[in-house]
Design a protein around this ligand. Structure first.
Ligand SMILES: Nc1ncnc2c1ncn2[C@@H]1O[C@H](COP(=O)(O)OP(=O)(O)OP(=O)(O)O)[C@@H](O)[C@H]1O
Length: 255
């Protein structure tokens, strides 16, 4: 059944190395929406993303993605995932990297033309058209991470976008102009129907998100819109709201 949920998690728990790093999370991620997964370093953001794409071991509870269990083979083309470590071949050019991934996604001569179009479009979207022939190994860190993003945007390899994009700290280390451009790309993708889940440990990125998941020590402090969060906590900004929620939580634990 088609509904507006890209992700539905219930009692989602992950244990790594004997430690509970995600602790009974309940949340949703909406289609056509940019959702920020925010929290300090080590709070479990990457583990949560790995769980949603089905590569995390030691998971219990429910994680439903586009109506299917996370990691279902059918989701391979429907979910794009970009890890923190850019996965590019340094001895290939930017275009060759994308062409290679597109070929893996949609092999065969019949798709040749639509693959080339998908590659061109992805290059333009991440603003790397001018660097298409540069060796990936000669790119800056930020440029390399944009190549990974372009790979995720290939979707089926022939132009059909992923329905859910899971992006692990895609704006880390980028200059302000590039950061702004990437965020507007995320919103454009969301406007076209994609659910975009973006993690960050930088709280001021919160204002760029339509919805927020605030995570701390493997627990969810909030699943809300930025406005509702500020109203509910009486805070001036999301960083302040985060701190207030941490305090409230600590008081609840004490009493
Ligand atoms: N292989 C592992 N075995 C045991 N514990 C791990 C393992 N990998 C990560 N952890 C722990 O799980 C917790 C969550 O890690 P995770 O990488 O999900 O956090 P994060 O919020 O993405 O952090 P960062 O922003 O620094 O990447 C951390 O406390 C980390 O030390």
């Amino acid at each position: 059944m088609m509904n507006n949920l890209a992700v539905r998690a219930q009692g989602l728990t992950a244990v790594r190395g004997g430690r509970t790093v995600l602790d009974g999370l309940d949340f949703t991620v909406l289609r056509s929406t940019v959702t920020g997964l925010l929290g300090p370093s080590g709070c479990g953001k990457s583990t949560l993303m790995r769980t949603l794409v089905g590569v995390q071991a030691g998971v219990t509870g429910t994680a439903e993605v586009l109506g299917l269990p996370a990691g279902h083979p059918e989701l391979r083309h429907r979910v794009g995932y970009v890890t923190q470590a850019p996965s590019v071949y340094t001895d290939l050019s930017v275009r060759e990297n994308l062409a290679y991934y597109a070929e893996v996604l949609a092999p065969g001569r019949a798709h040749r033309r639509s693959r080339a179009e998908a590659v061109d479009r992805a290059l333009a979207e991440v603003d790397l058209a001018d660097h298409a022939d540069a060796l990936a190994g000669n790119l800056s860190g930020g440029q390399r991470s944009r190549v990974s993003l372009a790979v995720a945007l290939l979707g089926t390899g022939t132009g059909q976008r992923p329905e859910l994009l899971v992006l692990d700290e895609p704006t880390v280390g980028l200059d302000p102009v590039l950061r702004r451009d990437l965020w507007s790309l995320f919103h454009r993708l969301a406007d076209e129907g994609t659910a975009v889940l973006v993690s960050s440990h930088v709280m001021d990125e919160a204002e760029r998100c339509r919805r927020l998941l605030l995570l701390r020590d493997g627990r969810l402090l909030a699943d809300d819109t930025p406005d509702a969060l500020l109203t509910r906590t009486g805070a001036a900004d999301v960083e302040d709201a985060f701190l207030r929620l941490v305090e409230t939580h600590a008081e609840e634990v004490r009493s």
